[in-house]
Design a protein around this ligand. Structure first.
Ligand code: TMP
Length: 247
């Protein structure tokens, strides 16, 4: 059974993954604006977080004051936040046919807790399966900035203080980035690597290309037009944008 067939309900779950500073938020916001303009109900969520309980767990797991946190406790907090968002928000959204754009999901746990922290892969996979309750993304966009680990960390942290994970050191983050590339190599059908090194509209077009089979964007769709991206990039915070779009 393919990941798409395991999907809960008629909705579509797309996850975005990547190391620190890869630009996930920008492209999730942009894709959401486009999909809403096409008439989809779109939910943008993040892990850990996305629910009241999940946001409280996020606060604990990312708090730099919790430097003494055991790697095992860290894993279980991420899984607890995941179990909550899956049951409370993702399953109902997929059941009513929404598109869910999720900033990080179980691949992050493999990259950070297995490759980064060195926890048992088989145990983390079981914990992921328990927390996910049968929910799988039908596609995963792995954004890679092609910048150095140091540059990625700088981009992620220069607006404020670094969180506990961002403070984990460059060797840790290099292992995480390597982990993501291995996950992509092992799951070529689901995980699509997209470079965010170029201009934003170019990256957006690459993201659209990797989703075209899911949304049925054929060669004649206006999503490929050279003037498609600019107005939406300009208006991507305006959810009521009425742009002439076709499927
Ligand atoms: P972010 O959403 O701002 O990227 O912050 C989340 C941080 O938590 C980021 O450093 C990645 C990390 N993380 C894990 O270590 N394991 C996980 O399972 C998830 C979802 C995130």
């Amino acid at each position: 059974m393919s990941a798409a067939e395991e999907q809960v309900g008629p909705g579509i779950l797309i996850t975005f993954e990547g190391g620190e500073g890869a630009g996930k938020t920008t492209h999730i916001t942009f894709l959401a604006a486009c999909l809403r303009a096409m008439g989809h109900e779109v939910l943008c969520l993040r892990e850990p977080g996305g629910t009241s309980i999940g946001e409280q767990l996020r606060e604990i797991v990312l708090n730099p004051g919790n430097a003494a946190m055991a790697d095992e406790a860290e894993l279980l907090i991420y899984e607890a936040a995941r179990a909550q968002i899956v049951k409370e928000t993702i399953v109902p959204a997929l059941a009513r046919g929404a598109v869910v754009l999720l900033d990080r999901f179980y691949d992050s746990t493999i990259a950070y807790q297995v490759y980064g922290r060195g926890l048992s892969e088989s145990f983390v996979r079981q914990a992921n399966a328990f927390a996910c309750q049968g929910v799988h993304p039908c596609r995963t966009i792995l954004l890679t900035s092609e910048a150095s680990v140091e540059e990625g960390l700088f981009r992620a942290t220069h607006h404020g203080d670094a969180d506990r994970l961002e403070q984990a050191g460059t060797d840790f983050h290099a292992r995480v980035n390597n982990g993501f590339m291995r996950i992509a190599a092992e799951n070529p059908e689901r995980v699509r690597v997209v470079s965010s090194a170029g201009p934003k509209d170019e990256t957006a077009r690459l993201v659209f290309f990797e989703l075209k089979d899911i949304f049925g964007w054929g060669e004649d769709s206006n999503v490929w037009a050279s003037d498609f991206y600019e107005p939406i990039l300009r208006r991507n915070t305006d959810e009521k944008a009425t742009i002439s779009l076709e499927g």
